[in-house]
Design a binder for this molecule. Structure first.
Ligand SMILES: [Zn+2]
Ligand SMILES: [Zn+2]
Length: 256
């Protein structure tokens, strides 16, 4: 596996800070940088415009771009040519999408359902394609390669990964998938055991904290300490939703 050093620094930084899920922090940074890039002067460059016309942005990233309230002209120009491109690509399919009504002259149309579904698929494909999502997926794949590599090459990283970190559920699933394709059996044995331990300890803590959050509503517990439970609900949502970049880390984690 060829490891590129430029990806090591952000990975080490993310694992060194006590954020709730280092992969969420890494993803948020790539997303921020990409939003800056595509809202900046690049929006007017011919190469970028070819990309924004063809690939475009998903609804989530269009909303995030718009929400920044900058370069509205650039966004308008980009959207103008992008929508034209979508229309150009789907126009021929629209022309044949609606079947003729059946009559004495026009018999059964055997393929009309297929044509309608193909058009719907084409529209979905255009909506789902996004330059920023592509950039995030590509960069995150490099980061996860670095994580799997460093786990075996760097003892202090291994210690941090195994004992001081827990990841959100979507990123645990991603790490498992990448480990399944990139690690041999002995490596997988070690890595997955460590991931399982840190992940399940993290979940147990969270389950306890959420439970105590609910028990605090009981008048008998009114004067008892919140412990780590005050922010247990947003932490649980971030754990399930895979958006822990801004989620509070538990007091226990902060102590580590
Ligand atoms: Zn995450
Ligand atoms: Zn996107």
């Amino acid at each position: 596996m060829k490891i590129e050093r430029i990806y090591m620094i952000p990975v080490n930084d993310a694992y060194a800070t006590t954020c709730a899920c280092p992969l969420c922090a890494l993803k948020a940074k790539v997303e921020e940088d990409s939003l800056d890039y595509y809202l900046g002067p690049s929006l007017m460059e011919p190469d970028t415009r070819v990309l924004t016309n063809k690939t475009g942005f998903c609804g989530d990233h269009l909303n995030k771009m718009f929400g920044r309230e900058i370069n509205r002209l650039g966004m308008g120009l980009m959207l103008h040519t992008h929508i034209q491109d979508v229309k150009k690509e789907t126009d021929p399919m629209w022309e044949s999408a609606a079947p003729d009504k059946r009559s004495l002259l026009k018999g059964k149309d055997p393929d009309y359902r297929k044509r309608m579904v193909s058009l719907a698929d084409k529209i979905d494909a255009r909506l789902g394609s996004c330059i920023i999502c592509d950039k995030i997926n590509k960069t995150m794949a490099r980061y996860k390669e670095v994580i799997l590599w460093q786990y075996f090459e760097d003892a202090s990283f291994r210690e941090t990964f195994s004992n001081k970190t827990y990841h959100c559920l979507p990123h645990v699933a991603e790490l498992l998938r990448d480990a399944a394709t990139q690690l041999n059996q002995n490596q997988a044995s070690e890595f997955v055991s460590a991931l399982s331990k840190s992940h399940n300890n993290g979940l147990d803590e969270l389950i306890k904290d959420v439970e105590w959050f609910t028990l605090k509503f009981d008048y008998r517990n009114k004067d008892k300490s919140w412990g780590n439970s005050k922010d247990a609900v947003p932490r649980a949502i971030a754990m399930l939703g895979g958006d822990m970049a801004d989620a509070p880390s538990s007091e226990k984690e902060k102590e580590k």
